[in-house]
Design a protein around this ligand. Structure first.
Ligand SMILES: NC(=O)c1ccc[n+]([C@@H]2O[C@H](COP(=O)([O-])OP(=O)(O)OC[C@H]3O[C@@H](n4cnc5c(N)ncnc54)[C@H](O)[C@@H]3O)[C@@H](O)[C@H]2O)c1
Ligand SMILES: O=C(O)[C@H](O)COP(=O)(O)O
Length: 526
């Protein structure tokens, strides 16, 4: 019988499902060392956010087939390491949506009416009504940052309370926002006009410290901010400054830069701050939902069936998957790359299977491309099962074509993305059976492997320009790992592709575009 280790508190309904097919061991509060020691005995691991599934755990997991995260975020799992080991990682993208949305709304109301402090004062046998006069949310502006599953529900309920909703989500269409009764605005306007701001976005390199000193400076002195999304989206030091100097009126946080919250001056701020210990998903209903959702997937995978919400591999028959795996990797990389080059909201994607690839099953390749395209916006919430639905909901038109006559390579994949900021197209191949190569960008031929951090420039092909970019990067202490230039004609337009060791520091992209001869520059993190 297979063995499942459950290392965080999980609802009994999930454990009962696992027990149908496996021996279930519940061992919460394991130290990292104890987890590494225990994991070689298990076929499946079921967790919440408490267990850190590091590369050391994955390395020791010699017979692990699946990691089930009873919740949304897989930030605590080294998904890359798991994928390399062929371990399926599954989550429950929707099981706790309502719980998290209701927690954000509860935080907003508690902050408005000083409920935690007022409660403490009565429990301390005082009766001070004046100190706890609050404010109403009725007819106030609520700025919703991130209009996905949780943000949409918050917006809907807040509208019913008489609030006006301003929303910022660069990946959502105006039509979708209008359906929800929200006005899509830019981030500055949201900061300036909102009485309440609630965050419902993933933590990415773009959203880390989105709420920093500059953003807080733009807000009303009466503004109140709620973060039930992810720690680190708010700069906690800047928030402390803004609250203690009266730049904004209040904040309610469920998530923190470091969890559990360590030493923090936020604790000193009295009734202007409410702090909860990552309780967004902690309702009886949500815990049943996520436990059943994930336990069923673990059971299915242990029975040799595909998982419905896999974060890292598609739900395909193992033999088909094996054959297509390198092309899925190619499709995901090209989708991610072209989505970042296009920036903003993508309206149309064209996916063309070329040469021998034109004879393959296109569905998983299309799904993998869409997964890659949406990764920047949705992170682990997009998977092979929901990528098409997510694309459709975002109003992205998908055009799929085949062209067996393309003979440049045995098989190649062309992906273009047209959006609010223009159109970009990339082509790639699989080399030696497993290695991804980008062979064309916007009709400039190149031959580069994708790397974690990349810089692309469009420039005039003229002497000295490569040197200037090299020196500029050097002056910002950016190390170039490799560089290639692609051009169609000598001294015409050209593109430069650089692999760099670290993300570009702030401001440097602007400097690059100022270099004479450079027409455009893009940075991409894959
Ligand atoms: N506190 C908790 O216990 C708890 C529980 C569940 C989820 N969460 C967190 O809540 C957040 C939202 O979850 P969800 O299920 O609604 O996710 P979702 O994927 O449905 O929605 C996220 C939305 O953010 C948008 N987005 C991405 N980058 C953006 C950016 N730079 N600016 C503005 N919008 C951007 C996306 O387009 C998407 O619409 C996630 O961070 C999730 O981890 C927390
Ligand atoms: O990502 C999630 O689902 C939430 O942050 C909840 O985490 P939890 O399951 O540890 O409460």
């Amino acid at each position: 019988m297979p063995k499942v280790l459950v290392s965080d508190p999980i609802d009994q309904s999930g454990l009962d499902i696992l027990a149908q097919v496996a021996q279930v061991d519940v061992k919460t509060k394991l130290t990292p060392e104890e987890l590494v020691q225990a994991i070689p005995n298990y076929d499946a691991l079921m967790i919440r956010s408490g267990t850190k599934v590091t590369s050391a755990v994955i390395e020791a997991a010699s017979q692990l087939k699946i990691i089930g995260r009873a919740g949304v975020g897989v930030d605590n799992v080294d998904v890359v390491a798991a994928t390399r080991r062929g371990i399926v990682v599954v989550n429950s993208p929707e099981g706790n949506t309502i719980a998290a949305a209701e927690h954000a709304l509860a935080m907003m109301l508690s902050l408005s009416r000083n409920i935690p402090e007022a409660d403490q004062s009565v429990k301390a046998s005082t009766w001070n009504r004046k100190a706890f006069t609050g404010v109403e949310v009725y007819k106030k502006n609520l700025g919703v940052v991130g209009l996905g599953k949780i943000g949409s529900h918050v917006a809907t309920v807040a509208r019913a309370m008489g609030m006006t909703i301003l929303a910022y989500d660069p990946f959502i269409s105006k039509e979708r926002a209008a359906e929800l009764g929200c006005s899509l605005v830019d981030l500055d306007m949201l900061f300036q006009e909102s009485d309440y701001i609630t965050l419902h976005i993933p933590k990415t390199s773009e959203t880390a410290h989105l709420i920093n000193a500059a953003a807080l400076d733009k807000m009303k002195p009466t503004a109140r901010i709620v973060n039930c999304a992810r720690g680190g989206i708010i700069d906690e030091a800047a928030l402390y400054e803004a609250l203690s100097n009266g730049k904004i009126a209040g904040a309610a946080l469920d998530v923190y830069e470091e969890e559990p919250l360590g030493e923090s001056s936020l604790r000193e701020l009295g009734k202007s701050v409410i702090l909860t210990p990552h309780l967004g998903a902690s309702t009886a209903e949500a815990q049943v939902n996520v436990a059943i959702d994930v336990a069923e997937q673990i059971r299915d995978v242990l029975l040799g069936l595909p998982a419905r919400s896999a974060v890292n591999i598609p739900g395909l028959r193992p033999d088909v998957l094996e054959k297509l795996r390198p092309y899925l990797q190619l499709a995901e990389t090209l989708g991610n790359l072209v989505g970042q080059l296009a920036g903003g909201r993508v309206e149309q994607v064209q996916i063309r299977l070329q040469g021998e690839l034109a004879n393959q099953d296109s569905k998983p390749i299309v799904i993998a491309t869409l997964k890659g395209l949406l990764t920047n916006a949705l992170r682990e919430r997009v998977n092979y099962v929901n990528a098409s639905i997510e694309a459709k909901e975002r109003g992205i038109k998908v055009i799929e074509t085949r062209d067996a006559s393309v003979k440049d390579f045995t098989g190649s994949l062309y992906v273009s993305a047209k959006g609010s900021l223009g159109e970009h197209a990339v082509t790639g191949i699989i080399l030696g059976g497993s290695e991804v190569r980008i062979t064309d960008i916007n009709q400039f031929p190149i031959n580069v492997p994708p790397t974690k951090y990349m810089l692309f420039t469009l420039h005039r092909d003229m002497p000295g320009i490569i040197g200037k970019i090299g020196s500029l990067l050097g002056s910002f202490n950016v190390n170039i790992a490799s560089m290639q230039v692609g051009r169609q004609i000598v001294r015409g337009d050209a593109i430069m592709v650089l692999s760099i060791d670290d993300p570009l520091p702030d401001g440097i992209l602007e400097e690059i575009t100022k270099v004479s001869g450079i027409r455009d520059a893009y940075t991409v993190a894959l």
